[in-house]
Design a protein around this ligand. Structure first.
Ligand code: ADP
Ligand code: MG
Length: 241
């Protein structure tokens, strides 16, 4: 049986096939988030818009504060081109952020196609982690876990396991990183939801094992709370089988 039938379902299959038919090997952020949601990984609410008026309407329906981001098949690191505006508090803020993003992208990457502007829920700040999936040429599907931001970029504080990963292994991955103490809570910050974290690592492992069209997944960052977590950015790279 096609693995898509048992994992992720029709929506997941549709998202991947639509991209591949258009020869796109990287899902757009809204597509990647819809994809992971079909596997039970929660992500920020969002609406893709194509005018300022639409964006304001979307922000009102999502509720302030919101985040605006560029949606382009040619841009994978949105911040690098001025494509992310955080903590927008009102209609006027949406209007100016919308214009600033378009202006900045046109200036820094004039050839980039612009599919729209993503309006999304601004997640409450919390501990940021990275959960990733990749295909190692030698070992096959694998998963990665680490602390977000400078911890992964400068200290390379990450752990890896070959997929499939079960819950107890996911738990070991979390405890393996040097910064694992932050999940216990410190300076008035509550302990992180370790069980939501282990579940999410297992789900990323499931995706890597069951969906061969996926070459790489990068949930960066995922915000972890005392109860639950939320992916605020998601990147999925495909390969043609
Ligand atoms: P990039 O493509 O540059 O990685 P991101 O979507 O990851 O862009 O946004 C950059 C940073 O902004 C994230 O690392 C995160 O700290 C913050 N961020 C992005 N989206 C949200 C959101 N919806 N809520 C809260 N913070 C966010
Ligand atoms: Mg990111």
């Amino acid at each position: 049986m096609n693995k898509f039938m048992t994992h992720g379902g029709k929506t997941a299959r549709h998202i991947i096939q639509k991209a591949l038919v258009q020869s796109r090997y990287e899902l757009l952020e809204p597509e990647a988030k819809e994809f992971i949601e079909t596997f039970g990984i929660s992500a920020t609410r969002h609406i893709v818009t194509s005018s300022r008026a639409d964006a304001i309407q979307a922000a009102t329906s999502i509720g302030y504060p919101v985040v605006l981001k560029i949606v382009s098949p040619d841009i994978s690191h949105k911040t690098d081109v001025g494509g992310v505006k955080l903590g927008i508090k009102d209609d006027e803020g949406v209007r100016s952020a919308y214009d600033e993003i378009i202006r900045s992208v046109k200036k820094r990457q004039p050839d980039a196609r612009i599919d729209g502007i993503l309006v999304q829920e601004m997640a409450t700040p919390s501990t940021e982690v990275i959960i990733g999936g990749l295909r190692d040429p030698q070992f096959g599907p694998a998963v990665m876990f680490g602390l977000g931001g400078i911890f992964v970029e400068i200290f390379k504080d990450v752990s890896f396991r070959i997929a499939p990963v079960e819950e107890y292994e996911a738990l070991n991955m979390i405890h393996d990183i040097k910064g694992a103490k932050v999940f216990k809570g410190f300076r008035g910050r509550e302990a992180a939801d370790i069980s939501a974290l282990t579940q999410t690592i297992v789900r990323v492992s499931d995706i890597m094992v069951s969906i061969e069209e996926i070459k790489e997944i990068d949930l960066n960052p995922v915000l972890v709370y005392p109860k639950g977590l939320k992916a605020v950015d998601a990147r999925i790279i495909l390969c043609q089988l």
